[in-house]
Design a protein around this ligand. Structure first.
Ligand SMILES: Cc1cc2nc3c(=O)[nH]c(=O)nc-3n(C[C@H](O)[C@H](O)[C@H](O)COP(=O)(O)O)c2cc1C
Length: 303
């Protein structure tokens, strides 16, 4: 997830039991123009494999070059973003815009597949409006062009992030191809994930927002799968917060790291008494030690 899935967060998710992590989407055009920030976004760490690096764009040659750059940077899988509805991405023809042009989509997938030895996958939405299911056709094209798997956010562009995922439509995509189809969208709990696997018939599930501030969600899911219920304790949650702080400061330096941690804080403290003033306080802090002190004080106030 853009702005979220950076190396520290991904490493936490792997430690938390995620089978694979996905990086923030990177622009193939920006890589073409040697944008330093985009190059840095391809960085991977030894303790986060297997990792999928995702690229977006609509120029087959640039996407092929971006896929090569991602593979050289250590990607175990290279993914093409065909689901992002954000205007900044779609107005340049990337993200879900690629689902408007089957022939261009085919050329993009094919160019990426030919460019790298690692598997190429595609992440898409069901379509543009509630009743559309263009994903059926686009998954078939992806398969024909050599994609190893597809992931489908089981909502339309119109739905954005609202409403339940359309599991029947997901099942129709699964039935239309031989390659594995992964499901995504609105999975918050183990039961949601199980329902997506059972009703949608998918090979696996991608979890986004529910894992923010709770990267150990994956371990909870795995425990439930084995018939055990092990919800993360308050203490584990605070320890995780501290670990995230250390990792993010180590990666970005203190000033940027502490600032970047702010977007994860609401999830870490969601539902706890006094979380709003705590958030307000921490959002004004710039030093790691100050955040640690505030955190200990808040944790003690809950005992
Ligand atoms: C802040 C944010 C950033 C996202 N960035 C990406 C991205 O870079 N690539 C991508 O494929 N999807 C991205 N998504 C979409 C998610 O991967 C996912 O498809 C969507 O949030 C639905 O899944 P969820 O309900 O589990 O969060 C992003 C979503 C959010 C909220």
């Amino acid at each position: 997830m853009a702005g979220i899935g950076d190396p520290p967060y991904r490493r936490l998710c792997r430690r938390g039991g995620a089978a694979m992590v996905c990086a923030e989407m990177v622009s193939a055009n920006a890589l073409h123009y040697n944008d330093e920030r985009s190059r840095r976004m391809l960085a991977t760490f030894p303790d986060e494999h297997p990792i999928s690096l995702q690229v977006f764009g609509n120029d087959p040659d640039r996407l092929a070059a971006a896929a090569r750059a991602a593979a050289d940077a250590g990607a175990d899988v290279v993914d093409l973003n065909c689901g992002c509805p954000v205007p900044k991405i779609t107005k340049s023809g990337g993200g879900i815009s690629l689902m408007r042009d089957e022939s261009l989509f085919a050329r993009c997938v094919s160019a990426m597949v030919k460019a790298v030895r690692v598997p190429v996958t595609v992440k898409m939405r069901l379509g543009f409006r509630g009743e559309d299911n263009q994903a059926i056709r686009f998954a078939q094209v992806a398969e024909t062009e050599g994609a190893t798997a597809v992931a489908v956010h089981a909502r339309s562009r119109e739905d954005r992030h609202q409403g339940a995922p359309q599991l029947d439509e997901l099942r129709r995509v699964v039935n239309a191809v031989r390659i594995p189809v992964f499901g995504n969208g609105g999975v918050q709990t183990y039961d949601d994930a199980r329902a997506m696997m059972d009703k949608g018939g998918v090979a696996g599930v991608l979890v986004g927002q529910a894992a923010i501030g709770n990267p150990f969600l994956f371990m909870e899911f795995l425990a439930r799968e084995k018939g055990r219920a092990e919800p993360i304790s308050l203490r584990q949650r605070f320890d995780l917060f501290r670990e995230h702080l250390s990792m993010i400061v180590e990666y970005y330096g203190e000033t940027v790291g502490v600032r970047r941690l702010r977007k994860y804080i609401p999830s870490y403290v969601k539902g706890l008494p006094g979380s709003a003033p705590f958030r307000g306080r921490v959002n004004l802090l710039n030093k790691k030690d100050e955040v640690l002190d505030a955190l200990s004080e808040f944790q003690n106030s809950l005992i």
